[in-house]
Design a protein around this ligand. Structure first.
Ligand SMILES: Cc1cc2nc3c(=O)[nH]c(=O)nc-3n(C[C@H](O)[C@H](O)[C@H](O)COP(=O)(O)OP(=O)(O)OC[C@H]3O[C@@H](n4cnc5c(N)ncnc54)[C@H](O)[C@@H]3O)c2cc1C
Length: 492
């Protein structure tokens, strides 16, 4: 343990080596799994209560059910209802050691990983760190068009959407009010469709009677897709059905028009400018940067190519699963980035390691069994496609709901989500309309609005033609210049 390898010396020149305590017993084969998402968790559960020593590492202390993130972003569910602590999930498996930490280095020659700078040796290493957003070479769009991957993203989008309505309520300028009440979702895949449908539900049902100046039901919701139709992986008739159902909800669908620019005031599509204060990115994903740490090369999306047993060719004892892996089906087609693929890969690898290491048998190659594609559009509306079977409307919506409750981790979350859905269904009310204070502070309201609003309240002149440039004509008792006349210092 004492001799430092050259890899760590170059990566950590001034840091003394610190070893992560390993689970006992010390003689079992040590499997280190990085990432407690769908793939890592199902692998750790399959290896639970076996002679393996398993260390499951994640930078978050919870497993996140990403397929329902859009419901947190649109105030239907609370964050805790789709997240389950990893320790609680693993508590029945004494051979699984859960560590909160971030992988920041791999030395496949020495069979060691580095977690927040500490060294952890392994016999088998499994990387399952998922994916992140991709802005197709335009990282400058990210601040104006948040994507949906984490709970923080969902909370930020929820705050942005709710804040837009709050600001519109105070906004005297009709053009600015229209901009605030225009919501653009970029990407017509299942996540984009779900987001657009859910924002329409929020505006037209949950918020409909809560404002006095604006009519939330008049909000303009745009779903923008570069391809000729939405829901590309679904058959054409289901995609056309989803389009009609969204239009019925009041969503405007713009297909065949790639986004050319995004900034704080709006977006540009095919040369046309659309003013909007809320843009949500549901268009592109790239694999987690962890794949690049292996030094074996990745595809353009950052995925690591794996063999039929999900091992990385040329690296003994290293496997990659889930969204980070470029795995193929029997016909050589790349497997999609889906929870069901990641989940099945984790179970497969658990069984394969048991066969190979405990029984000395050669495992069969991984075979993905599709459980079908599902996308929900809104209340009573969804589409389901499985091989030649197609379903749409209320029946599909029921299948979608039952499948998602069943797949949620933890009995408590299943119960809470079922009850909340029932409540929302019966009352048309969404239960989690909270604007987090930190997000509110990060997006302070425009001075223009508050000055013009106050002016209208005290009978001062509201210069609509000049907009905010006209604010000089309105005395603002809160501005430092005015306050200094009363001998006050600083800003509130
Ligand atoms: C909004 C949204 C909706 C979706 N809807 C569906 C759907 O309806 N159906 C479907 O099948 N799929 C859906 N997906 C895709 C599905 O969620 C993914 O395919 C699946 O989560 C991939 O599983 P994974 O285990 O590879 O990665 P993840 O589930 O993303 O887990 C990766 C884990 O690795 C951890 N991690 C990352 N980097 C590090 C590091 N350096 N150190 C330590 N830990 C790290 C993360 O914290 C995370 O817990 C959706 C995805 C999103 C974002």
């Amino acid at each position: 343990m004492g001799n430092e390898g050259s890899f760590w010396r170059t990566m950590l020149p001034s840091r003394r080596r610190r070893d992560v305590p390993e689970p006992s017993p010390s003689d079992g084969h040590h499997v280190v799994v990085i990432g407690a998402g769908f793939a890592g968790l199902s692998l750790a559960q399959t290896l639970g209560s076996t002679p393996f020593r398993v260390t499951l590492v994640d930078r978050r202390n919870y497993h996140l059910f990403q397929p329902l993130l859009y419901q947190v972003a649109t105030a239907v569910l609370t964050p805790g209802e789709i997240a389950e602590p990893v320790r609680r999930i693993m508590k029945r498996h004494p051979n699984v050691h859960v560590l909160l930490g971030e992988l920041d280095g791999i030395d496949p020659q020495r069979r060691e990983v580095r977690i927040d700078g500490d060294i952890l040796p392994y016999d088998t290493l499994v990387l399952a760190t998922g994916a992140t957003h991709s802005y197709f070479g335009h990282p400058e769009w990210e601040p104006f068009a948040p994507g949906l991957k984490t709970l923080e993203d969902a909370r930020q989008i929820r705050a942005k959407v709710l804040l837009a309505f709050e600001r519109a309520e105070r906004e005297p300028d009709p053009a600015e009010r229209e901009r605030l009440m225009t919501f653009a979702v970029i990407g017509g895949g299942p996540t984009g469709v779900e987001m657009a449908g859910a924002i329409a539900g929020l505006a037209r049902q949950s918020l409909a009677r809560d404002f006095r100046t604006i009519d939330p039901a008049a909000a303009r919701i745009l779903l923008i897709e570069a391809a000729p139709r939405i829901l590309g992986p679904f058959p054409e008739d289901l995609s056309a059905y989803a389009e009609r159902a969204l239009q019925h909800l009041g969503v405007t669908i713009l297909t065949g028009r790639p986004v050319e620019a995004i900034d704080e005031n709006g977006i540009t599509l095919g040369g046309e400018r659309i003013a909007t204060a809320t843009v949500i990115w549901a268009a592109g994903v790239a694999a987690s940067p962890v794949g690049a740490m292996l030094g074996v090369g990745t595809d353009r999306a950052g995925r690591v190519r794996v063999g039929p047993d999900l091992s990385v060719p040329g690296l003994d004892g290293v496997y990659v699963l889930g969204d980070l892996a470029l795995a193929h089906d029997e016909k050589g087609r790349p497997l999609p980035g889906l929870a069901q693929v990641a989940h099945q890969e984790g179970i497969y690898l658990g069984k394969a390691l048991k066969a190979r290491i405990l029984r000395g048998e050669a495992p069969a190659p991984f075979r993905f069994r599709s459980r079908g594609n599902l996308a929900v559009i809104g209340r009573n509306e969804a589409v389901v496609h499985w091989e030649t079977f197609k379903l749409k409307g209320f029946a599909a919506w029921l299948v979608w709901g039952i499948a998602h409750v069943y797949l949620l981790v933890g009995f408590q979350n299943r119960l809470l989500v079922s009850l909340r859905w029932l409540w929302s269904y019966l009352t048309h009310q969404y239960g989690s309309r909270i604007i987090d204070e930190d997000t509110f502070r990060r997006c302070p309201g425009p001075t223009k609005t508050s000055v013009a609003f106050r002016a209208s309240q005290v009978g001062g002149r509201r210069d609509r033609a000049k907009g905010h440039q006209g604010q000089g004509s309105v005395p603002d008792p809160f501005r430092p210049a005015e306050r200094s006349r009363h001998g006050e210092q600083g800003e509130v």
